[in-house]
Design a protein around this ligand. Structure first.
Ligand SMILES: [Zn+2]
Length: 429
């Protein structure tokens, strides 16, 4: 593309912006800039709170050295995130304002594919490009920051293997689903409804499939060998009337030294999975308390509630998508003519960011509420003291922020900060 032509395009878009002739244009620009700056604000506010004096409850958890290290770790991570986000934002605006989307549309059309495939190819191409652009930053985070603070155990081979497996999954699962959704929008009047039904079915199937098929692709599940820990876990499950199919150890230590525990599976075939890192760092009482917390989530039906909320959220998203795709001005705002659906879906993801953020506030607030409830369940089942000990250890080990800022909590925390959890558990002692 010649320089003059490029400048003309940028100028035309600038005029579009200045005259505010296209409301979609302004909305999309405000959406991406707004989300970027809100995120930045949350990061800065959060970093400033490492200097606050610790409340009594946290004084024996975090010593000065740990707080200093946690602040450095958060600072380095935030820098990588900020540079990555600013870079991706600049590329996006550059491509958008120089007419790059229209150019891509013309190129793919010239290949002589059917409309459906044109859309599938252009959307997959853009998703792939974005992932490739973000890849160096992921490597920097893993082998730079995480390694520097002693968390990283991932080898370059595992790192590359994980990405290749991810790509393969995208081709096997993501592309067929995308094709189906695009086909609905191309042929069905009630496309948004069909797409929603189809996506909901897909996410339910994935919830079932993930622990059985997908997770074992990335992690190795070994049955926990017979011993006091296994007996104690099965006894706890029995006492809480929680049917367990088996207890597994997961080789989390191959990637990170951070510890975790989770449950997998619906219905009667629940598998308990403990990270090997969790087992090495906690004594039996603490492990049982952590498991009781996880059992609490299941017993209190937190998973179905979250899934139901997810379905409501996606219904809203598809309704908004229906409105956007029906408007020619929406496509004009991104400089493409006609109504190429594939690109329309991508533009929509930009516009949807603020709505997604608002819905995220609600769902993470609910998730934090669920954490308090699961903590209370565990305290009742196993006594609050070992859970408090385990939570303290996990926070220090993972260099958690001792006192995160309320805005950051609202935006990013699916779990309440340690101080709040300890305060709630103290009341149950
Ligand atoms: Zn939990």
């Amino acid at each position: 593309m010649r320089m003059v032509e490029l400048m003309t395009r940028v100028w035309l878009f600038a005029c579009n912006f200045m005259t505010l002739s296209n409301p979609w244009f302004l909305a999309a620009l405000l959406a991406i800039l707004g989300v970027f700056h809100l995120d930045l604000l949350a990061t800065l506010l959060n970093l400033s709170r490492y200097r606050l004096p610790l409340p009594q409850r946290l004084k024996d958890v975090f010593d000065d050295e740990t707080v200093k290290k946690a602040a450095e770790y958060a600072g380095r991570s935030a820098r990588v995130d900020l540079i990555r986000d600013a870079f991706l934002l600049a590329v996006l605006i550059g491509v958008w304002w120089s007419g790059g989307f229209a150019w891509l549309d013309v190129q793919v059309r010239s290949w002589g594919l059917s409309t459906l495939w044109i859309n599938v190819v252009s959307i997959s191409g853009i998703v792939l490009c974005r992932a490739l652009l973000a890849l160096p930053f992921e490597a920097w985070e893993t082998f730079g920051v995480e390694a520097e603070f002693g968390f990283n155990r991932t080898t370059p081979a595992t790192f590359i293997g994980d990405r290749l497996k991810g790509l393969l999954l995208m081709l096997l699962l993501g592309v067929p689903l995308l094709t189906l959704v695009l086909w609905f929008f191309q042929t069905q009047p009630l496309a948004a409804l069909w797409a929603w039904i189809c996506m909901s079915a897909f996410s339910l199937i994935m919830a079932w499939l993930a622990p059985r098929v997908l997770m074992p692709l990335f992690m190795k599940f070994t049955p926990l060998r017979d011993g006091t820990l296994r007996t104690a876990i099965l006894e706890l499950a029995e006492r809480l009337k929680f049917p367990v199919a088996d207890v597994f150890v997961v080789d989390g230590s191959r990637r990170t030294s951070k510890a975790n525990a989770f449950f997998a599976g619906f219905g009667k075939t629940k598998r308990i999975a403990l990270f090997d890192t969790l087992i090495t760092k906690h004594n039996e009482d603490e492990l049982l308390a952590v498991l009781a917390h996880e059992i609490g989530h299941c017993k209190l039906r937190h998973v179905p509630v979250q899934i139901a909320l997810g379905l409501v959220e996606s219904a809203l998203m598809f309704w908004l998508l229906h409105l956007a795709l029906g408007s020619p001005a929406f496509f004009e705002a991104f400089g493409v003519s006609g109504r190429p659906l594939g690109l329309g879906l991508l533009f929509f993801t930009l516009l949807y960011q603020p709505a997604g953020l608002l819905l995220g506030l609600f769902s993470s607030a609910m998730s934090r509420r669920h954490e308090f409830q699961a903590d209370a369940f565990a305290a009742k089942a196993c006594n609050a003291a070992p859970l408090m000990k385990a939570l303290r250890k996990l926070s220090v080990e993972n260099l958690a922020h001792p006192q995160p800022h309320p805005l950051t909590i609202a935006l990013r925390y699916s779990h309440p900060p340690l101080g709040e959890r300890l305060a709630a558990l103290e009341r149950l002692l």
